[in-house]
Design a protein around this ligand. Sequence first.
Ligand SMILES: Cc1cc2nc3c(=O)[nH]c(=O)nc-3n(C[C@H](O)[C@H](O)[C@H](O)COP(=O)(O)OP(=O)(O)OC[C@H]3O[C@@H](n4cnc5c(N)ncnc54)[C@H](O)[C@@H]3O)c2cc1C
Ligand code: FES
Length: 336
Amino acid sequence: MSFQIALNFEDGITRFINAEGHETVADAAYRQGINIPLDCRDGACGTCKCKAEAGSYALGEDFIEDALSTEEISQGFVLTCQMRAESDCVLRIPASSQLCKAEQGSFQAEISDVRQLSASTIALSIKGEALSSLAFLPGQYVNLQVPGSGQSRAYSFSSLPKDGEVSFLIRNVPGGLMSSFLTSLAKAGDSMSLAGPLGSFYLRPIQRPLLLLAGGTGLAPFTAMLEKIADVGSAHPLHLIYGVTNDFDLVELDRLQALAARISNFTYSACVANPDSKYPQKGYVTQHIEPAHLNNGDVDVYLCGPPPMVEAVSQYIREQGITPANFYYEKFAAAA
Ligand SMILES: Cc1cc2nc3c(=O)[nH]c(=O)nc-3n(C[C@H](O)[C@H](O)[C@H](O)COP(=O)(O)OP(=O)(O)OC[C@H]3O[C@@H](n4cnc5c(N)ncnc54)[C@H](O)[C@@H]3O)c2cc1C
Ligand code: FES
């Protein structure tokens, strides 16, 4: 039986490999041209140690405590020269993709749909034969090349891949390179190239309640995560707070509604910061975080949006004197 293993390198690049149940993950990676750091291959040196963030696996029996201690096992560490996958897995490799000769994936696709959802927000879908082999973890992003410019911009996937098609939710930054291309030139059928997937902001196994905090188009990775959760379910409650600046920034509410209908323990609210807003819930995301959402710290917080919003929310959570069990964030920083 074959399983899909996501290898997340320390430079943010992710590569997916297939591992047969009978082979070690290091052998599977090597077979597919990726050299995970290895030395003894015998469970003695610990060089191939990685953190398993998701999935089930057999650790192997031929390793010594010096290479992998009981405490490390309890923290999810594995030796890839010994480990055999028993399901799809996600591994963090403590080395760069370059060192492991794992080149970033690059793909050619074409625009299947580009639409302004509002003055400030663009929905983009791209599709193509090549995308049928594109795999990513929900929450990750790619670098999309702006046609004709030689420059790229980072965008989080807002959907899971389906029939070779993926989608994005993009803020229309006045005068911005990608924004101008998408609002004035782009049309269905135009070619676009993308490189990735990338990033460490992705959905981990759900082991406690989740609080999801989105600012503006920072909603994108959450719709991808929620699509995944709708497929697999969640034993724990999930709450999303989606904050924007102006009424016209508020998009995809019907999609959130549809996701809430599919995920029984998912709730969400939205708020608009502009005091002149006609939306019933006003203010910043932080004004809508209730103590129950933070669950005395037994919560995994995921936060995504423009850098000032991410900083303000991070600071707010620190000020509550609560340290979430896990805190993951992505800043939609502008390209240098
Ligand atoms: C990991 C990652 C994931 C991202 N995912 C998304 C996503 O899913 N959706 C999305 O909309 N964006 C996302 N971004 C931001 C995105 O990559 C671009 O920076 C943004 O779309 C602007 O690109 P542009 O070419 O239109 O503007 P640019 O030509 O890059 O910028 C034009 C001018 O506007 C300024 N500017 C750029 N962005 C902003 C902003 N947000 N607010 C105010 N001024 C700005 C720039 O400093 C520059 O002066 C992500 C960024 C990162 C790092
Ligand atoms: S390579 Fe030495 S323990 Fe795996």
